[in-house]
Design a protein around this ligand. Structure first.
Ligand code: 2BA
Length: 157
């Protein structure tokens, strides 16, 4: 495999690393919380995107937010799960990326977010960029630097 150069790394865009929308677990705005919890538990993810019927991003929903929503004084009031909608519980203020954003923009973004949704100019959902995808690329680059320049790991590069 060819060595990954710094220019190549910084030349990578979000489009090169994102997970396409068809492979992303998501729920719809009007789904009951019960359905959202089912998708979250079955997929194994802690947070997933919320889309409208046109595939536009509307927010994110997490297992923690759902459980908080149905937490009563003494117990989880699970019967509420079928009454309440995703739209009332989701987080709406979510940072996003574009396909053309650079590796450095994405790297900065995943410091605070485990993943970011990728939208087109009209707000349509195109996929997600995960922290894992960024770290995988960064890991490869840094290991190659150490391999080709063995003193690099001793100089805090
Ligand atoms: P979390 O669900 O909190 O997952 C944290 C990390 O745990 C993931 O990091 C991944 O390395 C691992 N992981 C969790 N569930 C997994 C599963 N079912 N299969 C494989 N690995 C799993 P990242 O891969 O960097 O993902 C960051 C966040 O992006 C995830 O946070 C989740 O909220 C979201 N995500 C990732 N892939 C997704 C997908 N296909 N659909 C919906 N959301 C996804």
């Amino acid at each position: 495999m060819a060595k990954l150069e710094l220019q190549e790394l910084t030349g990578i865009t979000v489009e090169d690393l994102m997970i396409e929308s068809e492979k992303v677990a998501h729920v719809q705005l009007n789904n009951p919380l019960e359905h959202a919890l089912l998708v979250l538990v079955k997929s194994g993810y802690s947070v997933i995107p919320v889309l409208d019927h046109m595939y536009r991003l509307k927010g994110m929903i997490s297992k923690t937010a759902i459980l908080n929503e149905v937490l009563g004084m003494e117990r989880f009031e699970m019967e509420k799960l079928s009454e309440l909608k995703v739209s009332g519980t989701m987080l709406t203020d979510v940072p996003v990326l574009k396909k053309s954003d650079t590796f450095l923009t994405a790297l900065k973004a995943v410091v605070n977010q485990a993943f970011l949704c990728v939208l087109d100019d009209e707000g349509y959902f195109e996929g997600i960029l995960t922290r894992r995808a960024i770290l995988k690329k960064m890991n490869r680059y840094l290991h190659e630097q150490v391999h080709y320049h063995p003193t690099a790991d001793k100089t805090n590069v």
